[in-house]
Design a protein. Structure first.
Length: 305
């Protein structure tokens, strides 16, 4: 039976980008105006509106009605579906999908524990497994195991939006911007945490490469990606130019992801993202700086993304 992959726009997959993948748009509200993410607002438009706004954009979860409509269409077509959502620690979208999928035998829902390019990697992996002819149940088992090997790091260019979102104090943000501190963020157990900080873009880019080595390197047999926030790729190109060994050792080019509103709300323009499957599952992986787990800040939820 044919299998459709359903995900949400927090994956930063564009509408119509991937065959057999349906992207349900979240709603992002800027200055009181709601937009259907990726449908009636592009990523470039989001960053232009964000730059001119004094308030932080708010994203809303995928509604049960959206999932019901999508699931009804899948079942009417005689197909099955695998739903891959944004981390349940960042949004109520997973719970919404699970509630609607209850009692539907042909629908499976997976909490990616990821967002943006990292969530996209799990979608790409799902597509690979469908092409291998695996059943829905077999694919779900594989994805539930493999999602824990996905790593994501983002080097943030400015603290402005972390301050606006309440994740960094105004004083720390002001001082950090003054001395050129670039925060590094990651996801651990689906939660957004600080992985470290660096002085200047060059050192923040070196930090990303250091983390790749510490985690055992990139598994190039799996999908991997790099990304950028904002309306141009200048920051990403600087990273790639200074880390040629990553590209030179890869058998194929990485997927390029433009970070959308789910992450862009908190990082603004100029961020660089690296996400990949690490080579082997490592026990008790320490993502935080200094080899110790840092306490995760309580995620902002507005039910709301």
């Amino acid at each position: 039976m044919p299998i459709t992959i359903i995900t949400d726009s927090a994956s930063d997959i564009e509408q119509g980008e991937l065959h057999n993948v349906r992207v349900l748009p979240m709603t992002v509200t800027i200055d009181g105006v709601p937009y259907s993410d990726g449908v009636d607002i592009t990523k470039d438009e989001f960053y232009r509106l964000q730059k001119g706004s004094d308030t932080i954009p708010v994203s809303s979860l995928i509604s049960p009605f959206q999932f019901q409509e999508a699931f009804d269409e899948v079942e009417s077509a005689g197909e099955e579906a695998i739903v891959i959502t944004i981390s349940s620690e960042l949004s109520g979208t997973y719970q919404s999908a699970k509630a609607v999928a209850e009692g539907r035998d042909g629908i499976s829902v997976i909490d990616s524990l990821q967002v943006s390019g990292a969530q996209k990697l799990l979608v790409l992996r799902a597509l690979q497994l469908t092409l291998l002819g695996l059943s829905r149940d077999e694919i779900v088992r594989e994805l539930e195991e493999e999602k824990h090997r996905i790593v994501i790091f983002a080097a943030v260019d400015t603290m402005e939006y972390l301050v606006k979102g309440g994740r960094v104090s105004r004083t720390s943000g002001f001082i950090g911007n003054m001395v050129g501190i670039k925060p590094i963020v990651t996801l651990d157990g689906g939660k957004l945490i600080a992985a470290g900080k660096a002085h200047g873009s060059k050192k923040s880019h070196a930090f990303l490469s250091q983390k790749i080595e510490e985690l055992g390197g990139i598994d190039y047999t799996m999908p991997y990606a790099v990304g950028y926030s904002g309306t141009d790729r200048k920051s990403l190109q600087k990273y790639l130019d200074s880390n040629r060994e990553i590209l030179n050792s890869a058998p194929h080019s990485p997927d390029i992801v433009q970070i959308g509103s789910a992450v862009g709300t908190h990082c603004g323009s100029g961020a660089v993202l690296v996400t990949f499957f690490r080579k082997a599952a490592l026990p008790d992986v320490r993502l935080a700086r200094g080899g110790r787990k840092q306490r995760s800040p309580k995620p902002k939820r507005s039910d709301a993304a």
